[in-house]
Every structure is written in C-alpha cells, then in structure tokens.
Design a binder for this molecule. Structure first.
Ligand code: MN
Length: 294
C-alpha cells in the first residue's frame, strides 16, 4: 500500500508515565532509519510526578529527543549532564554501548511534551564510539502559516546540525492558526506524519493525535493543512535496507549480540556508570522469542 494509517499504542515509560508509541508498530517497524517514536504529553504533572527513567543501556542506535514543552535532565556514562529545553534536540549515539538516565525537575509541578525517537545505525557504524551532542538552536522556516523546525536532515536548503548516518529527515510543523503547505519531499524516501496536537489534514485525510500516516517512496509533495492551532511531526528516510533486531533498548543483528549486551549490563561491563541519577537502574526483561525481521 502506498498510504497506511497506523495507530499508536499506549505504553508506560520510567516510573509510570504514560506515552503514545507510534513506532515500532505491528504493521510497520521502521520509516527510513527511524525505528522508534514515542510521544509523551502534552501533560501537566504534580510535583514529584514527572518523568523519571533510571540508568539503562543502549547499543546500535541513536536516541533523538525533541523537547516541545517543559525540561528534562539527561545524564550519561560519558559524564554529560545536560538539560534540554523547548526547541532543542539531544542526540546520543550509542554505538557499541552507553548508558543514560532522564528525569524531570525534581520538586516542582510542570508541563511536559517530548518526542523521543531512535535512529538505527547502519551495520558499518553500529560499533562506533559512543557520543552525546546537545543542539540548542535548530533551523527555522516560516512557510504557508507553519513554523517549520528542521530537526534532522535538510529541508529547503537548511541543514539540521545533528550528525546522522543514513539519509533521513525530521521536521516539526507548528501553527497557531490556519495553515496550509504543499511540502516538497525527497521521492526516494518513505515518510510518516504524526499529529502531535490539534486536528490536521494530511494528503486530504483528517489526522488526530495518535494516528500516523505512512507514505511509501515515490511522492515528491505532501499537502498538510490545519484550520486551527496544531503541531505535526514528519519523519522520513531512504528505506533502511538492512535486517535488524530491536529489543528492549538495543538494536543489533543477532540474538547473540542481544544476549551479550544484556549480560554486560547485568554484570556492569561495557556501559559505564551514570552518576547522580534519581531513578534506579532498569532491569532487562527476559530475552525470548526474538526473531530477525526487517
Ligand atoms: Mn534511553
């Protein structure tokens, strides 16, 4: 099918914070190299009940955090301790192994909205040294009533600063009122559009928060419209073309790699130490029934 409508699943992250998970989906695991998409909030939370995600490991992927409202503290085993604020991106490249924790401000009530995505590393980059980058300023454009933030890749000649290892794009489109745009696309990419807030029309179809529209390669434009305040996320990329396993917080090519990473986390090897995190370290679920899929 050239266009598919996918429904997000509800999931819980950290200590009881409910989010919508758009990827992986039962019907589609990846869009380009994007292999995971959580939308948290928008939500108001009382003091002490924001997000707390204790230290946990990653391999074979990049975590890409797009902060829309509120703030989160990232700490990791490389020693980075970085607040992320609205309009900013944190990019953590796990490579052969890193661990990190994320938490809301400790003692105050707050409001929170975040898109957290993962980008699978191609096999040639999957063992690279881990790294972390904070991007406080991203390219902004105004088109057709939308304020467009270039999160990843290049759009209209504006290149996002995030270093990625596959051809891909990520855009945030926000409007305070009515807006309409014929968005130019790379026809070699597949794309997905998720409404984060408000009601939109994408390719003529109504799209509410939680639903993701998938577009197969071969399109060079996409009509996006909104009659009132709204926000959308567009992701895309060249079809990944490699078979991967995605399990817990790991992307790998074999069950043996998953077992080794799980063992290394349990035994305190490879992933270093996260200093000063509020939450308890996460424990891997039991690894069973894992099969190689693309
Ligand atoms: Mn993580």
């Amino acid at each position: 099918m050239n266009v598919e409508r996918l429904e997000s699943q509800r999931a819980v992250v950290g200590e009881g914070f409910e989010i919508r998970r758009a990827l992986p989906n039962r019907h589609r695991r990846m869009i380009g190299a994007w292999c995971f998409l959580d939308h948290a909030g928008p939500a108001d939370y009382p003091a002490g009940q924001g997000i707390t995600i204790g230290p946990h490991p990653h391999i074979g992927l990049q975590t890409f955090s797009w902060m829309i409202e509120g703030a989160i503290l990232h700490t990791d085993s490389l020693g980075f301790r970085q607040w992320i604020q609205p309009g900013q991106v944190n990019l953590m490249t796990a490579g052969r192994g890193i661990s990190h924790a994320e938490e809301s401000p400790a003692d105050a009530a707050g409001r929170f909205q975040l898109a957290q995505l993962w980008i699978a590393l191609p096999k040639s980059e999957s063992e690279r040294e881990p790294s972390f980058h904070h991007y406080p300023d991203l390219p902004l454009l105004d088109r057709g009533g939308f304020r467009i933030t270039v999160l990843a890749g290049t759009f209209a000649g504006e290149e996002a600063p995030a270093q990625v290892f596959s051809p891909l794009i990520g855009l945030d489109l926000a409007t305070a009122g009515g807006a309409e745009i014929a968005l130019p696309l790379d026809s070699g990419f597949e794309h997905g559009v998720l409404t984060l807030e408000g009601e939109t029309r994408v390719d003529g179809q109504p799209l509410s928060p939680g639903a993701l529209l998938y577009f197969a390669p071969g399109r060079d434009t996409l009509n996006i419209a909104s009659a009132a305040a709204s926000r959308l996320l567009l992701i895309g990329g060249r079809p990944f073309g490699e078979e991967i396993l995605l399990w817990w917080n790991f992307v790998a090519r074999s069950v043996e790699e998953m077992e080794q990473a799980t063992r290394d986390w349990l035994e305190g090897h490879r992933f270093g130490q996260v200093q000063g995190a509020r939450g308890a370290p996460l424990v891997a679920p039991e690894l069973r029934g894992l099969r190689l899929r693309s």
